[in-house]
Design a protein around this ligand. Structure first.
Ligand code: ATP
Length: 588
């Protein structure tokens, strides 16, 4: 079994995740998180919220999953959010064309090639339909838009789409969000929520699905003024696989500190470098194995046209590198697009410390002069003169001034423009913020964390599987067992389980089967501690109670065994203060 197959088998058996709607044959690319998986997912989301919202001082919002069509016209998704599709002429199965090339040749990132080039590679390498093994050589490679379409309300007059990324829900609301931030840059807005992509070929369980959770942060900055607190992460070492390294014959990964990566220009944007540093520590905290992790820079052809510096965090599972997070410097692309399409104001008014006096050139063209002469172009000429005065007042130095509209020149006597230069006081200016975006795929992170936590060893001559999840991430912190269901052990164990729950720990109570089997069950879901109530616990309790009451003290409880998951070592701990002790152990 491959690493991925072993994981999927464990995930199904132990309730981490399984294919959805299987009673009705299922639908590829949809997975249900079972009790263990849902607990792990919410722990990872909490850890994300703690680091990227609370510690960074950002805000979190929750926007709708369905948004109207104009949002995606503006964002570019309607026109350009496509993958390459090839349909088998024989059996009708559809496949993602670039993935077929990557799977059947040693070419990586076929995604960044034009459709025709991918078509040629399919023919050249004799690539067949994976479903019926017919050659795909003569089949066209087309674009397939990944958005799920729906109708908002009855009828089809108001199309909507399930969002393919959570980010647009933040960008669209920028005017309100900026007001809440009192127009003070920098500020960050985060969102954890569902995203939907009608993937052509879902695969590798949680890795490529059609409905998934993203955790995205949009950090809005003033590009002229704001700098990241780089010193907080400057010593963090980054495993970097730069574009240059990928393109050179013998290039490979390089470890550089955040500071060195910036100084050497390997990571161009200081903001991106900052978030790579923050994230490296965060991935370690949640249990990603740093020996199977790297940051890979996008190659020039792969980069979205608006993003100047793009890196992916990648984890290795089964020998494949999986993109788990994208980091992009998106500039002002998104806010400009929404401003252009909606006509709303997507800027921030930046107040100056002290008002400044500037010379402002203005025009007030004589429309009666422009009217007959310029016909219906008069308004456009007036606008063009106004823009020119602002941009290049020197153009009004002579007797005549010329503006171009749709490639046609219009010449106007300067006198008729009423050109003047006046001194005005300005209190501030409107600026369009730039955006840095770390975009995390929660499902791929869960898949990575589970794959990297999967361990086997031998205990009492038998092979054992366990997940060495960090206690903070483990779905259950402590399993509580009575050694046997008799002589009051179950009662004491139930009381202990209740106390631990009341103290806020996540507890599983289990009294079925041999104790060894119960330990194995908890090992397989990564529970870091198991508490067992045995005869000694009862004796301790009784002996202690007797001696306590003889000495006039409040009767105390006795001891239990606490077994640690990775070492399987057991020690006796007092029931008194057990919750605190376990919490201390769990938080290190
Ligand atoms: P890919 O190239 O693998 O399709 P992408 O570059 O399109 O991914 P982004 O648009 O950058 O992905 O999305 C940000 C994150 O969302 C990714 O890093 C990934 O973790 C997650 N993600 C994207 N598509 C999927 C999917 N189909 N299934 C699960 N997670 C996904």
């Amino acid at each position: 079994m491959s690493e991925g197959e072993r994981l999927t088998e464990l995930a199904k058996r132990r309730g981490f995740y399984f294919p959805s709607s299987s009673a009705y044959g299922g639908a590829a690319g949809f997975w249900t998180y079972g009790p263990q998986g849902a607990a792990l997912k919410s722990n990872i989301e909490d850890a994300w919220r703690d680091r990227y919202v609370v510690k960074e001082g950002h805000q979190e919002i929750s926007a709708p999953d369905v948004m109207p069509e104009p949002v995606f016209e503006a964002s570019g998704h309607l026109d350009g959010f496509d993958d390459m599709i090839v349909e088998c002429g024989e059996c009708g199965a559809t496949h993602r064309a670039d993935h077929l090339v990557e799977d059947n040749t040693d070419i990586e990132e076929a995604e960044s090639l034009p459709n025709e080039a991918v078509m040629d590679l399919i023919a050249e390498h004799g690539i067949e339909c994976p479903s019926c093994h017919t050659s795909l050589a003569d089949q066209p490679v087309d674009n397939f838009n990944l958005m799920f379409e729906t109708n908002i309300g009855p009828g089809s007059s108001s199309p909507g789409y399930l969002r393919p990324e959570t980010a647009q829900g933040i960008f669209v609301e920028f005017p309100q969000l900026s007001e809440y931030a009192r127009n003070q840059l920098p500020f960050g807005v985060a969102q954890i929520g569902k995203a939907y992509r009608n993937e052509i070929s879902p695969r590798k369980s949680l890795v490529r699905v059609r409905e998934f959770t993203q955790a995205e942060l949009e950090h809005f900055i003033d590009p002229e003024e704001d700098e990241p607190p780089l010193d907080e992460v400057e010593d963090v070492t980054l495993p970097l696989y730069s574009a240059a390294a990928q393109e050179s014959e013998d290039g490979g990964e390089r470890e550089l500190t955040v500071r060195a990566a910036v100084d050497e220009g390997v990571v161009e944007s200081e903001w991106v470098a900052y978030y790579l540093g923050v994230s490296k520590e965060w991935y370690e905290r949640i249990g990603v194995d740093m020996d199977r992790f790297r940051y890979r820079q996008h190659l020039a052809g792969e980069r979205a046209h608006y993003a100047s510096d793009c890196w992916d965090a990648e984890s290795e599972v089964d020998g494949d590198w999986i993109e788990i997070t994208g980091f992009a410097y998106r500039g002002d692309y998104d806010l400009s697009k929404h401003a252009e399409h909606s006509g709303e104001d997507y800027t921030v008014f930046k107040q100056y410390d002290d008002p400044i006096t500037v010379e402002r050139a203005t025009v007030d063209p004589d429309m009666s002069y422009l009217g007959p002469e310029f016909g219906s172009d008069a308004g456009a000429v007036a606008d063009a003169l106004e823009a020119l005065a602002e941009r290049d007042p020197d153009a009004f130095d002579g007797d005549e001034v010329t503006v171009e509209i749709d490639g046609e020149s219009h010449t106007v006597p300067v006198e008729e423009t009423n050109f003047s230069v006046d001194e005005v006081t300005e209190n501030g200016e409107h600026i369009r913020p730039h955006v840095i975006e770390p975009s995390f795929g929660v499902g791929r992170i869960i898949y990575t964390v589970l794959a990297h936590a999967y361990e086997t060893d031998e205990v009492d001559g038998e092979e054992r599987t366990y997940l060495d999840l960090p206690p903070e991430q483990a779905p259950t912190t402590v399993g509580v067992f009575p050694l046997m269901d008799k002589d009051g052990m179950a009662d004491l164990a139930t009381d202990i389980a209740e106390d631990l729950r009341a103290a806020g720990l996540s507890v599983t109570y289990d009294d079925s089967g041999a104790i060894g089997r119960r330990y194995r069950r908890q090992d397989e879901v990564g529970t870091p501690y198991c508490v067992t109530v045995d005869y000694e616990s009862l004796e301790d309790s009784e002996a202690q109670r007797a001696s306590d009451s003889a000495s006039g003290d409040e009767p105390r409880a006795g001891t239990v065994t606490v077994r640690e998951r990775d070492t399987t070592e057991q020690k006796r701990l007092s029931i008194d203060g057990l919750a605190d002790r376990l919490e201390q152990l769990a938080t290190g």
